[in-house]
Design a protein around this ligand. Sequence first.
Ligand code: SF4
Length: 112
Amino acid sequence: MDKYSRKDFLKRGLVAGAAIAGAGTFLSYCRKPADEGSEGAVSCNDTSGLSEADLATRTQNGYVDVSSKAGQSCSNCALYTQPTGGSSCGGCQAVKGPINPAGWCNLWVAQG
Ligand code: SF4
């Protein structure tokens, strides 16, 4: 007589199949979305409407869309102006064009 009956074999097969299907489902939830990291991030780099002179205010002052300076970002800079009209990008009294609240440039000044 066989060690395992046909019924046991089928039962084990069903359990193994369910485990594999469950693992696949679990792994699909763990998968990193292709656009992760950019989802929800604000981008204020559309400078298409700026003149050369206005564009120079960004490049010459080292404007970046995401600050790498701890505790310093456009949102807490004295020269930052709040977004208007539903935009996520604000403005700046010194640097022209859309300004990311998370951005930074070398003109950063602490709010008084
Ligand atoms: S001066 Fe620089 S850090 Fe301050 S709001 Fe303007 S771009 Fe941002």
